[in-house]
Design a protein around this ligand. Structure first.
Ligand code: NAD
Length: 255
């Protein structure tokens, strides 16, 4: 353990999945001394993720939270502020991937559900975090977009639309709050070995094989690759970084 995040109060959404990015981010920030609250719609799963962090000597707790629900955000944020008095870092990580070709009957339904969770969930969270951070002198908001928010992926139009929206609302909010010492950034993972990646590969196996073969680094990403980038953006090493996009994809979108 070192102390790049010592005593910082952090909320990471979507922390139940293992292997998953939220659990890995929570673990990494806790290793650096953060006080971590992991949230997820899956309470049993997120309690287990928090227990694993405590088992390593970190400080972590868990709460049930549907990020698409305004009422849930109100409850989670007021509980966090009542307990800790402030929020230093929010990682809007919870997200869903619903692969649906444009001609599919499900395409529009998939668009709406992914916008509810991926866009509205992160947007409401950003709004709640800005309100909390204004009263405590600043903070860092990190929104998980995707390489699908930067370049096209066959079969993923609705997911890509949601991740492009996350990128663009984050930049605009960054401008609104920069003078108040609140930083807003997006992280764009490539293909990372998590439960989401495995289910996406099952639904769209031909495209996935082609994508994997085209990763210049020669391997899939690991959750810790993303967690290390989030650590930089959450820590005081990045106090002059806002409104920016961080691509962690083994070079995939450099081609
Ligand atoms: N794994 C990748 O290759 C990859 C690539 C690019 C972007 N991302 C993004 O990174 C984030 C994390 O991805 P992951 O691979 O860990 O996914 P995952 O599917 O493994 O985990 C996502 C977690 O979010 C939770 N969740 C889903 N809907 C929720 C809701 N309404 N409220 C609260 N929690 C909810 C799930 O229960 C799960 O624990 C997502 O936003 C995803 O779009 C992942």
């Amino acid at each position: 353990m070192t102390d790049r995040m010592k005593d910082k109060v952090v909320l990471v959404t979507g922390g139940a999945s293992r292997p998953g990015l939220g659990a890995a981010i929570g673990e990494r920030l806790a290793q650096e001394g953060a006080i971590v609250l992991l949230s997820d719609i899956d309470l049993a799963g997120v309690e287990e993720s928090a227990a694993l962090i405590r088992g390593q000597g970190g400080t972590a707790s868990a709460v049930q939270h549907d990020v698409a629900s305004q009422d849930d955000w109100d409850r989670v944020m007021s509980g966090l502020l009542a307990e800790h008095g402030r929020l230093d870092v929010l990682v809007n990580n919870a997200g869903i991937l619903d692969v649906a070709a444009i001609a599919s009957d499900r395409a529009v339904g998939a668009l709406r559900s992914q916008f509810d969770v991926n866009v509205a969930g992160s947007f409401i969270g950003t709004q709640a975090a800005v309100a909390a951070m204004r009263t405590s002198g600043g903070g860092s908001i990190i929104n998980l977009s995707s390489v699908a928010g930067l370049v096209g992926f066959r079969g993923s139009a609705s997911y890509a639309a949601s991740k492009g929206a996350v990128k663009m609302f984050s930049k605009s909010v960054a401008l609104e709050v920069a003078a108040e010492n609140i930083r807003v950034k997006t992280v764009h993972p490539g293909i990372i070995r998590t439960n989401m990646q495995s289910s996406g590969a099952d639904d769209n196996s031909e495209n996935y094989q082609a994508i994997e073969a085209a990763i210049p680094a020669g391997r899939l990403g690991e959750p810790r690759d993303i967690a290390n980038c989030v650590l930089f953006l959450a820590s005081d090493d990045s106090t002059y970084v806002t409104g920016a996009e961080f691509v962690v994809d083994g070079g995939y979108t450099a081609q």
